[in-house]
Design a protein around this ligand. Sequence first.
Ligand code: HEC
Length: 265
Amino acid sequence: MNTLFHSLRTKLILGVGLVLIVTMGIHAYMDIMSSEKAFLDEEKTKALDISDTVMKSIEYPMLDGEMEDVQEILERVNALKDLRVVHLCDPTGLIKHSGKRKLINRVTRSEITKEALRTRSLVKGLEMREGEQIFRYAMPVLNEKVCHKCHGSENKILGVLTAGFVWEPIKEKIRAHRNKMAIEFLISLVLVIWLIMSLLHHMVIIPIERLTKAARAITRGDLSQEIPVSRSKDEVGELTDAFREMQKSLRRTDRKPEKPSHKRL
Ligand code: HEC
């Protein structure tokens, strides 16, 4: 008999669990995806803002051909916590000014910067650099009319400003968020299943076990088993009441046949 209850429980756990896993799982997945996207967008916007600010701040010194000032600005910007690389290269990809002086006069190896030189448009993306993943913005520096007097007008761009941001900590944050969501998902799943199971245990399984015991006793001819009155007015309560009435009427019919036999005696 226990196995029957056990299987009722198992069936419910499986059924309810499956529904919960699917619905809560979809919800958690959507939540993770949208919050990760928002998070990445925010980081990218931040990186773009910083790159833009660097570009704007070197604009005026560049206009005057004050390239030492440009170098100084890049070195100062390079001190920013999240910035790994910032440099300005000429149209051939030769680094002319950099936050790190040792990189000056090297040819850039970044594919993103090279692509920006080639396409003369903003290129961004993730790239490995010295074993570390960075998010890179490569912005072409356009040769505007005001620049022509020193640079001539044949080149469309005068170089590319590159800014690279650390990406590992951001990925770490995303991982931590994902883990947190997974743990919350599991805890709520277990809690909901536990709640349903304990309600079920008290409201259905215990009363049914009691009735089963009484029914067995009746089968043995024992009508003395007291079935407690059910307080609940639900289906289980009705079943219990019906059982009590059945037991009562059985007790009556059990006693009735004795009376005529007394008379006969
Ligand atoms: C007064 C003259 C002058 C003007 C105007 C000027 N520059 Fe320059 N620029 C220079 C000099 C000098 C260098 C250094 C060249 C070198 O080191 O070979 C330079 C270097 C650069 C470089 C570094 C790459 C390279 O070829 O060395 C960039 C990028 C640049 N200028 C952009 C600009 C832009 C954009 C403007 C217009 C907004 C501009 N410059 C206006 C004089 C000028």
